[in-house]
Design a protein around this ligand. Sequence first.
Ligand code: PLP
Length: 464
Amino acid sequence: MSRVAHPAGPLHGDVLPADHPPAPPADLNALPAAIWPRGARRSDDGVLTLAGTDVRELAGQFGTPLYVCDEQDVRSRCRDYMEAFGPEARVFYAAKAFCSRAVLRWVSAEGLGVDVCTGGELEIALSAGVPPEQITMHGNNKTQDELAGAIAAGIGHIVADSFAEIARLSYLTDGATHHPNVLVRVTTGVEAHTHEFMATAHDDQKFGFSLASGAADEAVRRVLASPGLAFAGLHSHIGSQIFDTAGFEVAAHRVVELAVRIRDEHGVEIAELDLGGGFGIAYTEEDDAPEIKDIAQSLRQIVDWQCRGAGLAVPRLTIEPGRGIVGPSMVTLYTVGTIKDVDGLRTYVSVDGGMSDNIRTALYDASYECALASRSSSAPPMLSRVVGRHCESGDIVVRNAYLPADLATGDLLAVPATGAYCRSMASNYNHVPRPAVVAVRTGADPAVIVRRETLDDLLKLDVG
Ligand SMILES: Cc1ncc(COP(=O)(O)O)c(C=O)c1O
């Protein structure tokens, strides 16, 4: 696709991306299990219910746009990961996907640790009551204050990401009695088959220490030479929304090779191996996400084989899923505003949110599906583009959606699989307050877990 500016006119035909909308689904009212929360159903009168709650009631009580989070769905996915990886491994929820006290309490109660990457996420985790030793801190530019705070809180692991950071950690722990466990983040040179901005282990990027250049070996030397630091092991995260397990396997293989070099050079065996997150989920019916138990089995096998082959004790394995825990558990509800036909092309359906509550379509060209939620319909499918209310033509929520042709202003639309990197990446673009997050649970009243921002909140920030 050309990204070069050009005059409007017939040339458009040459420069617009080749966009081949998928065929319409057989049933516009269907809720495919792979992309909807486990508690999503249609009631007898065709209304979408989430954990038994009618979405019209949710919209009426809490307004739209609204993120609705199915608590039992989150908890069941935590259990899926724990069972798949087994009791000898550790599962840490990557809070960057969605960080709120309620969700961190649920995942912690299910036995997961929590992975944070800023002082803000750390604060939420600590205030949710997550045990400090069950917290790992990442980040490529943690400040001195953030590192000092993490050390003072006694968190379980800090992931070192640069030589400057190792120097800061050494300085902060000089003469201290508590020696924080440090993992060295390694960039393995693996090209994860995902969007460029979600791939994190090829060499030309900002995270970690390169294996190829020898920086990773040097980082381990410096951590081991720092008396205040306890070298715990290695960390690798190759990217996000990965479907192909081959990338994880190559990364694990290369990290274990480094572990062998560390043993040979220093006589130290790594105790821990953190293989990061990135396990892909289905956003549309076309996405065929791998089963987590298959990924778990192949990862465990490769680490076992590699270590045994090299005569190394098998380190404790940690993984850090974010999207895989919370992504499919949330749905965003919108109210339909204007409906505009662009003759011969498609219908533009404008909703009351957009890129401020879901930037992923604009940022990553992500694909979503959506459904009419406040009723069912037997009208024929209408090729639509669901767009937001912001002053950007890239403000697209769902690029290609088939919605019933009788769609009307005031109908509710639901977009599934919006739990990860939507609320956590939300903005106030165009001074739009960020939506609330409401938790639903079978047999319980819906509960606000993150309140809706108000115009008053925005005005209070503007102190000029
Ligand atoms: C170090 C690290 N761990 C875990 C994750 C979680 O990834 P995902 O939500 O795709 O599972 C990320 C995401 O960016 C990450 O950077």
